[in-house]
Design a protein around this ligand. Structure first.
Ligand SMILES: N[C@@H](CCC(=O)N[C@@H](CS)C(=O)NCC(=O)O)C(=O)O
Length: 216
């Protein structure tokens, strides 16, 4: 099994972290052919996005499908709750993050520089991000983890994405995005103290800030 992409992508990070929790060695490696738009990579994954997972000559695209594959193929230790409702709740949180929360990331990425900022676009991005966080909050569990009492699938699915969002929102003037959202606030604090989660937080922050500095 191979995982193509770079850990700086929150979608790659979530899969690499889930694999690690399952005791698998699945270090992200560069996309074949020199990048995700190369002919070689597009032959494997015509969507042209990272991560791509290669299993027995088959490509699995889309990080949440890859998380599900890991859960199905390597059930121990389980990352999803045992009950059907808990599993649906965990998957829903990942889906909300992918469809609604990270949708605002572009508005932050392209408006990071105050001198070249499109204020209207940025304000719309901030409003959409805050709205999506309130929607996520609605479906979050009561803690300490995203669903239930153990660190698992939902936490891993949302953690690098929310980290990335906050790391790009803060330079755009949006700090404390979780203000007024008690479940997200509590969960975020838990992620900084849980030994497994906090190691992931540090690893992702280092990768992402290094990437942002290299763009300057
Ligand atoms: N829904 C996809 C999103 C993956 C994605 O957007 N990856 C970004 C890197 S963070 C990418 O490859 N972007 C390249 C592009 O869109 O051309 C997943 O979950 O795997």
């Amino acid at each position: 099994m191979k995982l193509y992409g770079h850990i700086v992508s929150p979608y790659v990070a979530r899969v690499a972290f889930a694999a690690r929790l399952k005791g698998l060695s699945l270090t992200p490696e560069p996309a074949p052919g020199g990048g995700i738009k190369s002919a070689e990579f597009l032959k494997l994954n015509p969507i042209g996005k990272m991560p791509a997972m290669e299993v027995d000559g088959h490509c699995i695209a889309e990080s949440m499908v890859q998380l599900d594959y890991l859960e199905d193929a390597y059930p121990n230790p389980p990352l999803l709750p045992a009950d059907a409702l808990g599993r649906a709740r965990a998957r829903l949180l990942g889906r909300i993050v992918d469809l609604y929360v990270t949708a605002s990331s572009r508005a932050f990425f392209v408006n990071m520089n105050p001198e070249k900022r499109n204020a209207e676009e940025l304000e719309a991005g901030k409003a959409a991000y805050l709205k999506s966080l309130a929607q996520l909050e609605h479906f979050m569990g009561d803690g300490p983890y995203a669903v239930g009492n153990t660190f698992g699938y939902a936490d891993i699915a949302i953690l690098p994405c929310l980290q990335m969002m906050n790391l790009v929102a803060e330079p755009c003037g949006l700090t404390n995005a979780f203000n007024g959202l008690p479940k997200l606030t509590r969960w975020w604090a838990q992620m900084q103290t849980d030994p497994v989660a906090s190691a992931m937080v540090k690893e992702y922050a280092t990768a992402f800030t290094g990437f942002m500095q290299s763009r300057r």
